[in-house]
Design a protein around this ligand. Structure first.
Ligand code: GDP
Ligand code: MG
Length: 439
């Protein structure tokens, strides 16, 4: 995948004490290929590479103390910029209800995303209402009703005999009457962009004046997603994009190109079929994820949902100040088990997403138990000061945990890598520190 390719290219630079212009150029050639292969729009790739090269062969990098890391920092910053820089949030009407219209091709995930967004808004103490505006697809109305029931959000429908425009208008009226502050209008898609669909969507837009028009696109369709976005944007004036199915085997190109090509920000990403599989899109986090720096903030957010705020803050502080110990590591492992799919979570831990050793290890419960056993066989002093783990201590730990000396070595190596990555992350960027503080 894109991540692996970029990590491999940049990994070669990372360790270098000295980086020459030729090194940078060679690396950029490979980065360019990796992006093209990930289906990133070629114009976007060209501009991206030009910008990175310009900055990377400049004083900024070659004269710095750690040129290899500086190149990575530049790539990271430019990737973030490419995806819009700052997080782009939903906006709400000053006079409710706020109307949000979901548009997109058939199967992109409009109906599902409408439900997910409703749940997301509900968690923020808003009162959403779903409006069933797809009168063409058999069972589309029923699908929305089922989702609504599942998340306990009212669904407005007039069956499939009324026009979508009328349904939208009546839906907004009903929301106002019932004190719902946000109306999510699900609409019908086609297999391809066509005039009839655009006409209908334009009429709905005209009649209910939505605050947000969100295009839902399937990330798996790569470059096509970007073309579709362009066409919808030209016709309807989108306010944002939701990229779905990022949990699947995507090449990542759509995430990188959509904003650059259309000027439209990605506001959310869908990462699964369940109603809670929706995440606000953060360009900087996505860039770090692509570069394998781990998505610490997302991890911390998940951790916060799973443990109490206090502990998450403490963890964040430790990561920042390099005081992370094996005790913390163990605690994290246990929390991780309560948090969700393991590979996903481990991919977010800095260093771990990169540690080849870990990737090769099957991430399953059994392996985690072995890791746990190893850490539990350490003395309190060893856990707090891993640097004292010499050969005889490692042998003792292997025996005590019923594992092998190789496994113990590997774990210690991973832990060290992880600390290294944390150090890099926490000293990164101008606003480096700020990134770690929660708003
Ligand atoms: P619509 O035609 O645009 O309304 O699309 P639907 O909402 O009916 O979704 C089509 C299919 O995609 C359904 O099976 C959804 O469960 C699935 N889907 C939607 N979003 C996601 C996502 O983020 N990840 C995955 N894996 N599946 C999704
Ligand atoms: Mg639908």
């Amino acid at each position: 995948g894109l991540s692996e390719r970029l990590q491999a290219v940049l990994g070669k630079l990372r360790g270098k004490g000295k980086v020459t212009e030729a090194d940078v150029k060679a690396a950029m050639r490979e980065v360019r290929l990796a992006l093209l292969e990930a289906d990133v729009n070629f114009k976007v790739v060209k501009e991206f590479i030009d910008r990175v090269r310009e900055r990377a062969v400049g004083q900024e990098v070659l004269k710095s103390l750690t040129p290899g890391q500086q190149v990575i920092k530049v790539v990271n910053e430019e990737l973030t910029r490419l995806m819009g820089g700052e997080q782009s949030k939903l906006t709400f009407s000053p006079s409710p209800p706020t109307v949000i219209m979901m548009v997109g091709l058939q199967g992109a995930g409009k109906t599902t995303t409408a439900g997910k967004l409703a749940l997301h808004l509900k968690k923020q103490n808003r009162r959403p209402m779903l409006v069933a505006g797809d009168v063409y697809r058999p069972a589309a109305i029923r699908q929305l009703e089922v989702l609504g029931q599942q998340i306990d959000v009212p669904v407005f429908s007039l069956g499939d005999k009324e026009s979508p425009v009328r349904i939208a208008e009546e839906g907004v009226k009903r929301a106002r009457e019932e004190g719902c502050d946000t109306v999510l209008i699900d609409t019908a898609g086609r297999l391809h962009v066509d005039d009839a669909m655009m006409e209908e969507l334009a009429s709905i837009k005209e009649s209910v004046n939505p605050r947000e028009i969100l295009l839902v696109v399937d990330a798996m369709t790569g470059q096509d997603a970007v073309n579709v976005a362009e066409q919808f944007h030209n016709r309807l004036g989108l306010t944002g994009v939701v990229l779905t199915k990022l949990d699947g085997d995507t090449r990542g190109g759509a995430a990188l190109s959509v904003r650059a090509v259309t000027g439209c920000p990605i506001k959310f990403v869908g990462t699964g079929e369940k109603m809670n599989a929706l995440e606000p899109f953060h360009p900087d986090r996505m860039a770090s994820r692509i570069l394998g720096m781990g998505d610490v903030l997302t991890l911390i957010e998940k951790a916060q949902a799973a443990v109490d705020e206090e502990r998450a803050r403490e963890l964040e502080r430790k990561m920042r100040t390099q005081q992370f110990t094996f005790d913390d590591f163990l605690e994290q492992l246990q929390q991780v088990r309560n948090m969700g799919p393991l590979d996903e979570i481990l991919g977010m831990i800095p260093g771990l997403s990169q540690a080849k050793e870990l990737k090769n290890l099957q991430v399953d419960e059994k392996q985690l138990s072995r890791v746990e056993a190893i850490i539990r066989s350490m003395t309190p002093q060893e856990k707090q000061h891993p640097e004292i783990l010499n050969a005889s201590r490692r042998r003792r730990i292997a025996r005590g945990s019923g594992t092998s000396i190789q496994e113990v070595n590997r774990l210690i190596k991973q832990f060290e890598n992880m600390k290294k990555m944390m150090k890099q992350l926490s000293t990164q960027g101008k606003g480096g520190k700020k990134k770690w503080r929660r708003g």
